[in-house]
Design a protein around this ligand. Structure first.
Ligand code: ZN
Length: 404
């Protein structure tokens, strides 16, 4: 329960308060009642405040994973399961990777709403959750990777509205359950090489219903047509880079940037679940670079839950290989998503008055990109959510091909 203190002082740390400010070395951070109170070379903390010695580590703002799912069997009892067991699962997937916030883009409502509530009340140590709940698919648009293996307990996954009115009703149902965001499949891979688009009036109706409640809309767009439908519907975030890049040219990318659409690349997912073939990955990397060069907003996400390999190294390596530097990656992980979606004002940097979401890394990612994945301690709203001494596994085997 909530006997974990929300007041602590981090000492002997190197601190990157934001991606664009110089390193403080050495520095200290005072956290009181879950909020950052003071940051600097030295802070005046009462002697009763617990000390976290961050010697040798680098402190950055808590990470955002903006594309996750809680669909695996381990979450099925999330409503009633003992918090220790759930915390192990949350650590494995998220908090041991530095994530203090996560955006669910389609999970069983009976799992994800209780999870969000139990974290929010402080009963459960976990990341702050933003819930998409049930995603919307095109008519006859269930993706091939769900269709063949869809168990009864994920049938909620498949609303396929045939009219704008039906789409609006699905969104309203989702909102009545308490959703935070909306996920649309504006282009759905019904076969490996066949994308079914969501009819544009249905996408527009769904997105408008979400925007009317101040919700952001995420889309799995897949190809050119799905991306245009997403753009024209006013979608805010592409949940993946388009993987069929044919026709995705500079003017199209320019129009996405112009409509302030953000993109979550999910490069490791493509390389793991589809193919590592450079003929496939190269054009996706080109789209990412082109979008970035035009000023497009990038968010970090890994599609864990769909991906059973939770480790983050591969995504950091792929982003770096695609040409992004540590500063850009730290923006994707923190301030860029936080300022668009966070419920907490001014989140995403280490600043007095802001919620104390912090990660202590073993090393400086500005010197070695791999340090983003070497998490020592994760602090959410001033509580230690996870600490390396607990020995959570760092990587698990990739999804077997039969389960994709
Ligand atoms: Zn996904």
């Amino acid at each position: 329960m909530s006997d974990h203190p929300r007041t602590l002082v981090i000492e002997h740390a190197k601190i990157r308060t934001s991606p664009d400010t110089p390193l403080i070395d050495p520095g200290a951070i005072l956290v009181q009642e879950g909020q950052i109170v003071e940051v600097g070379g030295h802070v005046d903390a009462p002697s009763t405040v617990p000390v976290v010695d961050a010697r040798g580590g680098v402190v950055v703002a808590g990470f955002w994973n903006s594309h996750v799912h809680f669909t695996e069997p381990r979450w099925r009892s999330a409503k009633t399961q003992r918090h220790e067991e759930l915390e192990r699962s949350l650590a494995d997937m998220l908090t041991s990777r530095g994530f203090t916030s996560a955006v669910d883009l389609g999970s069983d409502p009976r799992v994800v709403f209780p999870l969000r509530r139990r974290v929010a009340t402080g009963e459960l140590l976990g990341p702050d959750l933003y819930v998409g709940g049930t995603g919307l698919f095109p008519p006859h648009g269930i993706p091939y990777y769900l269709r063949d293996s869809i168990p009864w307990y994920v049938r909620w996954l498949v609303p396929q509205p045939r009219t704008p009115g039906a789409a609006t009703r699905y969104v309203a149902q989702n909102q009545a359950r308490g959703s935070d965001v909306l996920k649309l499949f504006t282009g759905s891979y019904v076969e490996r090489r066949k994308v079914v688009p969501m009819p544009a009036p249905i996408a527009r109706a769904a997105a408008s219903a979400a925007h009317a409640r101040g919700q952001l809309v995420f889309a799995h767009s897949s190809n050119l047509e799905g991306t245009i439908i997403a753009r024209d519907a006013g979608v805010d975030v592409l949940a993946h880079a388009p993987s069929d890049t044919e026709g995705v040219d500079r003017p199209l990318l320019q129009s996405l940037v112009g409509s302030r659409m953000a993109m979550i690349p999910t490069l490791k997912m493509f390389g793991t679940t589809v193919t590592r073939n450079p003929a496939y990955l190269g054009p996706i990397y080109d789209v990412l670079r082109g979008f970035r060069d035009l000023g497009g907003e990038l968010w970090f996400g890994t599609d864990v839950g769909y991906m059973t390999d939770y480790s983050t190294e591969g995504e950091f390596e792929a982003l770096h290989e695609a040409g992004l530097d540590a500063r850009e990656i730290l923006r994707m992980l923190t301030i860029t998503p936080a300022r668009r979606i966070s419920r907490v004002p001014n989140a995403g940097s280490i600043t007095p008055g802001v919620a104390a979401d912090l990660v202590i890394l073993e090393g400086d990612p500005f010197e070695d990109i791999g340090a983003f994945a070497r998490v020592r301690t994760t602090i959410g709203r001033g509580r230690v959510l996870w600490s390396g001494s607990e020995g959570t596994s760092r990587s698990r085997p990739a999804v077997p091909s039969s389960e994709k």
